[in-house]
Design a protein around this ligand. Structure first.
Ligand code: ATP
Ligand code: MG
Length: 583
C-alpha cells in the first residue's frame, strides 16, 4: 500500500525562532550560539541542567506553576510546582553534600517513577555529580554490572529493590552510601544496617542550596544503552545538552506554555530523562508522571483525566494500543490531545495512519539514540508527514548517508546514517571505554550504526540496524520494510525479521510474527501472510519462512531484539540479555 502524505495536522504559532515553518531557511540561518542565549546560565557563570529546568522558572516568577502531576500505581495523586521542585532538589543536594558527594562523583538511582526520583535527580545535578538512572525492572546482575562499571558512590533505592539486590552489594567497592526512599511509608521496615533514610535526612535538610558552578562541558548524566545489539554501553552527556532538549522540545514536540505533556518513557532510558525531565521543564511545561505500567485503558484514562495535550511514546506501546482494539479510544475523551510523537524503534506507517484514523491525528516519528542525547531527525508539527519516514534533521545538525569509506552518497542510496560531530547533546564518551567511543567515528562523521536512505527532499528513511540488515541472493534487505508489510496483514500484531544462513542465497529472510487475538496459527494463515507480503514487496524480499510466536523478545525499553531471534534460530549463545524483558 502506498501511504499518502499526511498534510500539516496542526500548525502552531511558535515563540521559538526559528519555528521551522520555512524549514530550509530555518536550517540555513541557524546558529547554536544564538539559541544558547535562551538559557540563563548560573549566577556564577557556569551552566547546570537543574538550574535551567527548575530554578530558572522560580527566578522568572513562575514558581507557582505546576511542574508535575504525579499519579501513583495505587491511584495516589500528588502535585508539585516549580517552587516545590526547587526546594526538594535543594534539600537533596544538601543531603548529598553532607554524605560527601562531590562534583564528578556518580550517583545512581534505582527505583520506579515516584516524585522523589525527580527531586533526587536534580539534587544530584546541583552538587555537580553525574546522575545515572537505572530501570527499576532490572534484576541484580545488570544493576551490579552498571554500578561496578560506573564506580557509583551513592545509590538511591526503594526498600523492595534493596532487598532484591542485597546479594550484590558486598561486591561494589566504590559504593559508599545507600539512600533508601520509603515513598508514603509503603514499607514497614524500610531500613537495613548502614542505610541512610531519605525521609529522615530530607526533613532536617535546608531548602537553600547554591548550585555548584558546573560548566557547559561538565558531565551531567550517564545512560547505559538499551542493549538491543550487544552489551549496553555507558554514554555520558554534558550539561549543555539542555540546550538541545529545550529546542527540540519546541520543534519536534511542539511544547507550549499551556500544555500538559506526558512522556511514557522511564527515566532509566534516555528518553525518560531528555524528554521526561529536561525538554518539558527547560520549557517550563507542566507534565504528568504516571508510575504505573502499560495498560491500554489506563493510558487512555490518564490522557482524559489530566487533559494531556502533547504525548510522547514508543512504537511498541502504539502497537499494543492497536492490538487492544480500535473501539477502546472512543470510550474516552481524548479531545485534549493536540500532538503525538514516537521514538525508539522504526514506526511502521501502519501505526502512523492508525493514529490518524482512530485517535484523530497521526503519530510524528522522530529518530535519535542514547549517544545523540536528543532528537536529531523528526517529523515536525508544522510540516507534512511522510508515513514511514523519520523526518528531516533539526537545525544546527548535519546528518547524511555515507558509504563504507565515510563518503556522502547520492539521495536515494542506502548507506550508514552519519552525523557531523559537535551538536550540543552529543555523548562525550562511553564511560571507561574510549576505544569503543573512538571506533564510532570515521572520516569526520559519527556513525550511528543504523542504515538508512535520504530522499531528494531530505527526508530520512530507516532501513535497519547495520547488524540486522539481511543479505539475500545479493540483495540487501532491511528488516523494517518487511516487518511493516507484515503488520499490514490484519492477523499480524508484531513482526521481527532476520537473515537465516542459507547455502544458496547466503541468507534467506525469515519472519517471526505474533498474531492478534482471535487468529489461529495455521499453515493456511502462514501461506496467506506470505502471499500477502509477496504481493507488496519483491518476491526476493518477502519472507521465505514464517514462524509464529506468542510474543517477540524485546528489551525492557520495548525494542524487538532481532539478534536474539537470530541466536535462538541458530542455536548460538544469546549474548548479553541483561535488558531482555521478562514474559
Ligand atoms: P544498543 O546500542 O545497546 O544496541 P539501542 O541502540 O537499542 O541499544 P538506544 O540508544 O536506546 O539503544 O536506541 C537507539 C536506536 O533505536 C537507534 O540507533 C535506532 O536503531 C533505533 N531507533 C530509535 N528511534 C528510531 C526511529 N524513529 N526509527 C527507527 N529506529 C529508531
Ligand atoms: Mg545503539
Amino acid at each position: 500500500m502506498e501511504y499518502p502524505i499526511i498534510s500539516k495536522p496542526n500548525s502552531y504559532d511558535d515563540v521559538l525562532e526559528p519555528n521551522l515553518t520555512n524549514y530550509e531557511k530555518s536550517v540555513q540561518d541557524f546558529d547554536w550560539q544564538e539559541m544558547r542565549n535562551r538559557l540563563n546560565g548560573l549566577p556564577s557563570g557556569g551552566l547546570n541542567l537543574a538550574h535551567e529546568a527548575i530554578d530558572r522558572h522560580v527566578d522568572l516568577g513562575n514558581g507557582s506553576k505546576v511542574a508535575m502531576y504525579w499519579e501513583g500505581s495505587n491511584g495516589e495523586e500528588e502535585t508539585y510546582t516549580f517552587n516545590d521542585m526547587k526546594a526538594q532538589s535543594n534539600k537533596f543536594a544538601n543531603v548529598l553534600s553532607k554524605l560527601g558527594i562531590q562534583k564528578g562523583d556518580r550517583a545512581f538511582i534505582f527505583m520506579g517513577r515516584v516524585p522523589e526520583l525527580y527531586f533526587a535527580f536534580f539534587g544530584i545535578l546541583k552538587v555537580g555529580a553525574i546522575a545515572g538512572p537505572l530501570f527499576s525492572a532490572f534484576g541484580p546482575d545488570p544493576v551490579k554490572d552498571r554500578l561496578l562499571d560506573s564506580g557509583a558512590k551513592v545509590l538511591l533505592i526503594t526498600p523492595d529493590l534493596r532487598n532484591k539486590i542485597s546479594n550484590i552489594l558486598p561486591d561494589l567497592p566504590d559504593l559508599e552510601h545507600i539512600v533508601v526512599i520509603n515513598k508514603n511509608n509503603r514499607h514497614e521496615n524500610p531500613l537495613q544496617d548502614g542505610d541512610v533514610s531519605y525521609e529522615a535526612e530530607m526533613e532536617s535538610a535546608s531548602a537553600d542550596f547554591e548550585t555548584v558552578n558546573t560548566q557547559e562541558e561538565d558531565y551531567s548524566i550517564m545512560h547505559y544503552t538499551s542493549g538491543t545489539t550487544g552489551k549496553p554501553k555507558g554514554a555520558v552527556h554534558a550539561h549543555i545538552a539542555a540546550l538541545q532538549h529545550m529546542a527540540t522540545g519546541k520543534w519536534a514536540l511542539d511544547l507550549h506554555d499551556e500544555d500538559i505533556y506526558w512522556c511514557t518513557a522511564d527515566p532509566g532510558w534516555v528518553t525518560g530523562t531528555s524528554y521526561g525531565m529536561s525538554a518539558p521543564w527547560t520549557n517550563g511545561v507542566t507534565q504528568v508522571i504516571y508510575e504505573g505500567g502499560f495498560r491500554a485503558s489506563d493510558w487512555y484514562q490518564i490522557i482524559q483525566k489530566y487533559k494531556v495535550s502533547v504525548w510522547y511514546t514508543a512504537p511498541t506501546a502504539i502497537r499494543m494500543l492497536m492490538k487492544a482494539g480500535d473501539q477502546i479510544p472512543g470510550r474516552y475523551d481524548l479531545s485534549s490531545l493536540r500532538h503525538m510523537c514516537s521514538v525508539g524503534e522504526p514506526l511502521n506507517p501502519e501505526a502512523v495512519v492508525w493514529g490518524q484514523n482512530v485517535i484523530g491525528m497521526p503519530f510524528h516519528d522522530n529518530w535519535w539514540q542514547t549517544e545523540t542525547g536528543a532528537i536529531l531527525i523528526a517529523n515536525y508539527p508544522v510540516q507534512d508527514i511522510r508515513p514511514g519516514s523519520m523526518g528531516r534533521p533539526i537545525p544546527g545538525v548535519k546528518t547524511a548517508i555515507v558509504d563504507d569509506e565515510g563518503t556522502e552518497v547520492e539521495p536515494g542510496t542506502e548507506g550508514d546514517l552519519a552525523v557531523k560531530p559537535g551538536w550540543p547533546s552529543m555523548f562525550r564518551t562511553y564511560w571507561k571505554n574510549q576505544e569503543m567511543y573512538d571506533s564510532k567515528f570515521k572520516n569526520g562523521w559519527y556513525l550511528t550504526g543504523d542504515r538508512a536512505r535520504m530522499d531528494s527532499d531530505g527526508y530520512f528513511w530507516f532501513v535497519g540496524r547495520a547488524d540486522d540488515v539481511i543479505n539475500t541472493a545479493g540483495h540487501l534487505v532491511g528488516p523494517f520494510e518487511v516487518e511493516s508489510a507484515l503488520i499490514e496483514h490484519p492477523a499480524v500484531a508484531e513482526a521481527g525479521v532476520i537473515g537465516k544462513p542459507d547455502p544458496v542465497a547466503f541468507e534467506i529472510v525469515k519472519a517471526f510474527v505474533s498474531l492478534h487475538d482471535g487468529f489461529e496459527r495455521t499453515d493456511k494463515l502462514r501461506n496467506e501472510i506470505m502471499g500477502f507480503v509477496r504481493s507488496k514487496l519483491a518476491a526476493g524480499v518477502a519472507p521465505r519462512e514464517i514462524e509464529f510466536l506468542d510474543s517477540l523478545p524485546k528489551t525492557r525499553s520495548g525494542k524487538i531484539m532481532r539478534r536474539l531471534l537470530k541466536a535462538r534460530e541458530l542455536g548460538l549463545p544469546e549474548g548479553d540479555t541483561s535488558t531482555l524483558e521478562e514474559d
